[in-house]
Design a protein around this ligand. Structure first.
Ligand SMILES: [Zn+2]
Length: 135
């Protein structure tokens, strides 16, 4: 499980210890609101599907698609779309927590700005955030 998490969120390895990394991941997941994306898209697809069924009660187009497949895809499609979005948001949240821990990292791209003098990330051009050590 730990290996999978580190592969999905390589930022976890940069935290001073495992406990800090777990806490940061929990905070990042809690703060993320993109879960609503799945709920909203699923509801929208189900509403559209129901409207279509009412407009065309027995269309030939549905005859070769079992109902279960449609229900499965309405849940699966938003989940597949949502995961990269969730991962991006969580990685950004982890990077901003690394900056709070005093570890230099570019929040948008994850590049290490150590030794950077221009004040802009040499990888993505975003302004470099100065690490603020915890008081
Ligand atoms: Zn960058």
């Amino acid at each position: 499980m730990r290996k999978l998490l580190v592969r999905l969120y390589p930022e976890l390895l940069l935290f001073p210890d495992r406990e800090a990394a777990n806490e940061a991941l929990a905070t990042a997941n809690r703060e993320d609101r993109s879960h609503w994306f799945v709920v909203m898209v699923t509801i929208i697809i189900l509403i559209c599907y129901n409207i279509l069924l009412r407009l065309f009660p027995h269309p030939a187009v549905y005859s070769f698609v079992p109902g279960g497949v449609l229900l499965l895809t309405t849940g699966l499609f938003p989940t597949l779309c949502w995961f990269p979005l969730l991962r991006r948001n969580v990685r950004r949240a982890l990077r901003s927590q690394l900056v709070k821990h005093g570890i230099p990292i570019c929040i948008p791209c994850g590049y290490d700005p150590t030794g950077n003098v221009s004040g802009r990330c040499s990888e993505c051009g975003a302004p470099v955030q100065k690490p603020v050590p915890n008081a």
